[in-house]
Design a protein around this ligand. Structure first.
Ligand SMILES: NC(=O)c1ccc[n+]([C@@H]2O[C@H](COP(=O)([O-])OP(=O)(O)OC[C@H]3O[C@@H](n4cnc5c(N)ncnc54)[C@H](O)[C@@H]3O)[C@@H](O)[C@H]2O)c1
Length: 434
């Protein structure tokens, strides 16, 4: 194996010379076998394992070098999958580079050039800050923050990453989907006129739960069921339907809402501790200056109608995006087709495109940074959850300046299952006193 010094020099001089982008096509560099990029995976679950496989496929120099997870068994499962994959010869994670524990990113960071942040999002702002401080390029799964302090921390990290010339690619995968990109380009070009409203849905079935085992601590139990605990997931509006919130944000050209009114409840979920404190349905209206209104509905309930689509209304026409469909078209209000994405149009795997983008940026020395919109989309979802939980209208300022911290102060002792929030009874957190 190449020495660290030589490898680092390659990354440095390649970046400085802008090679890859200017001198040779990307594919030529993708074939260079000895220009290794050491990748560390933080959070070795389903998405993390997928992201590691996509990193391997993106660049022939990528080596999965180090892994971190709260649990040793998750690292072993992930490793077995990667060692059974096409690129197994570039999976080099001996026992000493398998780091276990919720703070184990600290041991991983000094060992790698790139990190894939794929743990439950309750840890993301802190992990992102540490990764940027350590000078690593980053793939960052959504959501990136779950509360106001997390949002502000992420924005600081995003700025610091830009100042350091680090690449930061977001896991908002629809932004890397060719049909969606084409559709939103049409919207921004004015094909349906000015956008006056969006109606987005993420209606789906409940996620699974894991029954408590005798040797689990309270923290183990909540981590194994992280999607069902708001301090770890942000609730399903922030964890899952944030994809739809992101498409609202995208359709609105990055404009931010002045205020939102949200509602939601836990109506169907069984009162099992495994189901934590999350709701099973939300509806949020986002209000924009000068009139536009965007509505999001999301649900995780069994045996109901499921759909995940977006209707975008403009002054000249309306568009339908259904990624699951897939359907992408724009019509005028007489029903005539103005634009559609061809059925046989290119549709590369959007998850792969994310990693192709990241590693091409690293090789070319032209960093990408998707940080601001990624943070703002998450903050819009957080704002909707705050409104639903409290039963109050919430302004963008209230949400972004909120001091509410979701994570329990002490994770080492007993951790009770928090009560399900009751609208009208939960206070909007105080804002900073300047
Ligand atoms: N973009 C997408 O379409 C998409 C799809 C699925 C999941 N996700 C996101 O990816 C992330 C992971 O989701 P998943 O489905 O892989 O969940 P998962 O439960 O399969 O994996 C999460 C892993 O993180 C580990 N973990 C917990 N705390 C940790 C810590 N402090 N440090 C390191 N590891 C820790 C868990 O033990 C688990 O192995 C979430 O943010 C989720 O929202 C995105």
């Amino acid at each position: 194996m190449q020495s660290d010094h030589t490898r680092r020099m390659f990354l440095k001089t390649a970046a400085a010379a802008g090679v890859g982008a200017a001198v040779a096509p990307w594919s030529a560099f993708a074939r260079v076998p000895d220009s290794r990029i050491r990748v560390g995976l933080v959070g070795c679950g389903g998405r993390g394992t997928g992201a590691a496989a996509q990193a391997l496929a993106a660049d022939a120099g990528v080596v999965i070098w180090s892994m971190s997870d709260a649990f040793a068994d998750r690292i072993e499962q992930s490793l077995q999958q990667l060692l059974g994959s096409e690129h197994k010869d570039r999976v080099e994670v001996p026992a000493e580079r398998r780091h276990v524990g919720i703070g184990s990113i600290d041991a991983l960071l000094p060992e790698v050039d790139v990190v894939l942040l794929c743990s439950p999002p309750g840890f993301r702002p802190e992990q992102l800050a540490k990764s940027v401080a350590a000078g690593k390029h980053i793939f960052c799964e959504k959501p990136v923050c779950l509360d106001g302090p997390g949002y502000r921390s992420v924005l600081e990290s995003v700025r610091a990453a830009r100042n350091k010339g680090l690449s930061l690619v977001s896991g908002f995968c629809w932004r890397s989907s060719s049909p969606e990109r084409a559709m939103f380009e049409q919207i921004h070009a004015g094909t349906l006129g000015e956008v006056v409203g969006v109606h987005a849905t993420y209606l789906t079935s409940p996620l699974g739960v894991r029954a408590r085992q005798p040797d689990w601590s309270d923290l183990d139990f909540q981590l194994r069921n992280w999607q069902h605990f708001t301090w770890l997931s942000g609730d399903h509006l922030v964890e899952q339907a944030v994809h739809s919130v992101d498409k609202i944000h995208w359709a609105m050209g990055g404009r931010l809402p002045m205020r939102c009114i949200g509602m939601g409840s836990r109506f169907v979920h069984d009162p099992l501790p495994e189901r934590g404190d999350v709701y099973d349905n939300f509806a949020v209206t986002y209000e924009y200056e000068n009139g536009p209104r965007c509505v999001l509905m999301c649900r995780q309930q069994p045996d109901c109608y499921n759909i995940n689509d977006d209707w975008i209304n403009g002054t000249k026409g309306y568009g339908w995006v259904n990624g699951w469909g897939p359907t992408h078209w724009i019509k005028n209000y007489s029903g005539s087709l103005l634009w559609s994405y061809p059925k046989d149009g290119p549709a590369p795997n959007m998850y792969q495109v994310e990693h192709d983008t990241l590693f091409a940026a690293i090789r070319s020395g032209q960093p990408v940074n998707e940080g601001e919109w990624m943070a703002n989309s998450c903050m819009m979802a957080i704002m909707g959850r705050m409104s639903a939980y409290t039963g109050q209208a919430i302004t963008w300022e209230q949400a972004t300046q909120s001091n509410e911290v979701l994570r329990p102060a002490d994770l080492s002792g007993p951790l009770a299952v928090p009560p399900v929030p009751r609208p009208g009874r939960r206070a909007v957190s105080p804002t900073p006193s300047a």
